[in-house]
Design a protein around this ligand. Structure first.
Ligand code: FAD
Length: 478
């Protein structure tokens, strides 16, 4: 029996994996393959934090496949050439894969599909990483959705189907093709110490994803409406990196949420709100699919002429390092560096600070997040940055500028989040933990802080920055 090459590149899981289940259902041997393709034209190289995650996830997938009598073949190179080589050496007659939605993945898939057609090789593409395919719904005028609420209303009617169980056995081919050692993939963090704390925070395995889901559904979902806005509490699922690596499916999350709702109808508000957030991921993918230039180009064209600041990269590095002098911004940026993740509320605050207070281009913020987030996702990242910058679909209006002090006081009232990630401020009382620059000298002395030495003085005057941002907005309209 001729084997099937199963590409698992964007689906590093056994659970609810339609391509895997269908490949096994043929009764043919299956060759599971991961390809690190950074060569197909236009491909965006995976960022540093995700490289760490990927190394862990590949080890885990490999172990799981071993347990089913199979193997993970790992290759590096252009997808098309790699698959052609695998087909030649294994005599496979079919390629199965899970669809991707980034422009470069779509290009690589289209190239592969055309090649397979020409060679008389079966090429089957499956959904699996979204609740619904981006072409499945459109507005009444036949256009892609650009506003979330009607998108989600329409989408909810189409979300159906059961998540699939993992196969119990995968038939192995008589002979396995060669695999490169994972060390050859260049996935080690740079600098080497960067990811030292990641393992304390993350279990980057498929089982880790399911543990997170269960823990959140059992104890977090009911309080989600309020808790999700508090960065100092563990109030969200933290499933995003698992979703980004295809270690858990949105369908599994949806199905588990609906099962919980059936058992605990009193938690409806929390569970609905959580599922709606998963809907934002669907919306972002829908946008990227229909507007593939979104990672680089504003969806609102008038923002092309926005007068972004250029030059003084010192303030950009102050933002990146969490040294702006605004505690909630600094706590967020340090959480990002230390753990590879940042709370959603704080992502909005730090992004607003960059694009509005600093008047810095959102693309630089998007690029920093791309490199440092373990959940970096081309769709959600660029859609969210454009949302904050006011230039995206269904975006926050540019003139609405987050005040980092008020945001901190509202969502981290007791200063827990600041004390965790900006420990030099930990002895300040709650009254001034979000504004050390307004603390009286005695209070600073008692907290052991010399501003400008132990903690930075603010890098900008917010009142002036706000006026400058509003003037810049006016310039895009003239
Ligand atoms: P939960 O609150 O538990 O939500 C469950 C899931 O819903 C998340 O795992 C995620 O898949 C999805 N989700 C939640 N909020 C959003 C949202 N606003 N947009 C899209 N999907 C959402 N999310 C990413 O997955 N990758 C990114 O690269 C990314 N970049 C962002 C950049 C900025 C500037 C901002 C403001 C947000 C960004 N987000 C991104 C969205 C959001 O912050 C994260 O998805 C969320 O914080 C992940 O934590 P969680 O899994 O605990 O979320």
């Amino acid at each position: 029996m001729k084997p099937i090459v199963l590409l698992m590149t964007n689906t590093l899981r056994l659970d609810d994996n339609p391509a895997l289940v269908q490949a096994c259902a043929t009764g043919n041997p299956v060759i599971p393959v991961y390809i690190l393709d950074e060569e197909t034209e236009g491909t965006r190289t995976i960022g540093g934090a995700r490289r760490w995650w990927l190394r862990e996830a590949l080890t885990d997938l490999s172990n799981r496949l071993d347990g089913l009598g199979s193997l993970l073949i790992v290759r590096k190179g252009r997808q098309l050439e790699t698959v052609a080589d695998l087909i030649e050496v294994t005599n496979a007659t079919a390629v199965y894969l899970t669809r991707g939605y980034e422009p470069w993945t779509r290009q690589a898939e289209a190239d592969l599909y055309d090649w397979c057609q020409a060679k008389n090789i079966e090429c089957r593409r499956f959904g699996g990483n979204l609740l619904l395919e981006p072409e499945q719904i459109q507005t009444k005028t036949g256009k892609p959705y650009q506003v979330f609420t009607p998108f989600w209303r329409a989408a909810r009617q189409y979300i159906s189907g059961e998540a699939l169980e993992a196969p119990e056995r995968i038939l192995a081919p008589k002979k396995w093709p060669a695999s490169v050692p994972r060390e050859g993939l260049d996935l080690a963090p740079k600098p080497a110490s960067w990811a030292d704390h990641f393992p304390e925070v993350w279990d980057a395995t498929e089982a880790g994803a399911h543990d997170r889901l269960e823990a959140f559904i059992d104890s977090g979902a009911g309080d989600y409406v309020v808790a999700r806005d508090k960065p100092g509490v563990d109030g969200t699922s933290r499933l995003s990196p698992y979703l980004a690596h295809g270690q858990i499916s949105a369908r599994r999350i949806f199905q588990r949420s609906m099962a919980a709702l059936a058992q605990r109808p009193d938690e409806q508000a929390g569970i609905d709100c959580f599922v709606k957030e998963v809907g934002w991921r669907e919306f972002s993918a829908h946008l990227l699919f229909h507007f593939p230039h979104m990672p680089k180009t504003p969806l609102k064209a008038q923002f092309e002429k926005f007068p972004w600041q250029e030059g003084n990269s010192d303030i950009l590095s102050a933002w990146q390092q969490g040294l702006t002098g605004f505690p909630i911004v600094d706590a967020g940026m340090r959480q990002l560096w230390k753990t590879g993740w940042m709370h959603n509320r704080v992502r909005m605050i730090v992004a607003s600070f960059l694009v509005k207070d600093m008047l810095w281009h959102w693309r630089d913020g998007e690029a920093w997040f791309w490199d440092t987030l373990v959940d970096a996702d081309p769709a959600s990242n660029s859609a969210s940055w454009q949302w904050v910058a006011g230039c995206g679909a269904d975006a926050a209006p540019y003139f609405r500028i987050f005040n980092p002090i008020l945001q901190g006081e509202k969502f981290d009232k007791a200063g827990d989040y600041i004390r965790e990630f900006v420990p030099e401020l930990s002895k300040l009382p709650n009254s001034h933990i979000h504004k050390p620059f307004e603390a009286p000298p005695l209070m600073l002395r008692e907290a052991g802080i010399v501003l400008g030495e132990d903690y930075p003085v603010p890098i900008l005057d917010r009142a002036k920055a706000r006026a400058r941002a509003l003037a810049a907005l006016k310039a895009t309209k003239d």
